[in-house]
Design a protein around this ligand. Sequence first.
Ligand SMILES: Cc1cc2nc3c(=O)[nH]c(=O)nc-3n(C[C@H](O)[C@H](O)[C@H](O)COP(=O)(O)O)c2cc1C
Length: 168
Amino acid sequence: MGQTNNTLLDTIKKRRSIRIFKKEKVPEYILMDIVDCGRLAPTARNLQPWKFVIITKASTLEKIADVTDHGKFLAQAPCGILVFCEDTKYYLEDGCAATENILIAACAYGLGSCWIAGDKKPYTKKICEIVKAPDGWKLVSIIALGYPAEDPYPSKKSLDEVLLWENW
Ligand SMILES: Cc1cc2nc3c(=O)[nH]c(=O)nc-3n(C[C@H](O)[C@H](O)[C@H](O)COP(=O)(O)O)c2cc1C
């Protein structure tokens, strides 16, 4: 058997979207470390075309939540992270890789998080205005973040259902 980092694998396997949070604030050093994990994600041609906006101000979280369709719970989260990418060929893949790193890092810190759709949603323009994003930057994702106040278990397809060896 090869060596595995069980802590990391356990974290990946236990992560679930959390939409209900405790009021408790998330320390700044944890938020910074989580974003640090985001910025180390792989990117096409190593362009690293991103910026991450951490939001802890309740009034801003409320404004952003308000314009989303399925992200209203962000208003009750102590924190949100917006993942922006410049409009490069692979901006979406790059931004999604960073987003996933952030979700896993958050879980490793005992935080709950939920990916809220950014890219493709008509409300991204309004969110860009709220946070004064410069022209040419695309909102890939919004991440709600905080200490979890729920323990959901959404059903997952089994490995048997999704794994193929060599051919379809
Ligand atoms: C691209 C993308 C967009 C998503 N958008 C939303 C959203 O707008 N609101 C929401 O509550 N969850 C959103 N989710 C979270 C999914 O609903 C969630 O990942 C899925 O139900 C599986 O649950 P799990 O994350 O607990 O495994 C999104 C996830 C992805 C990958």
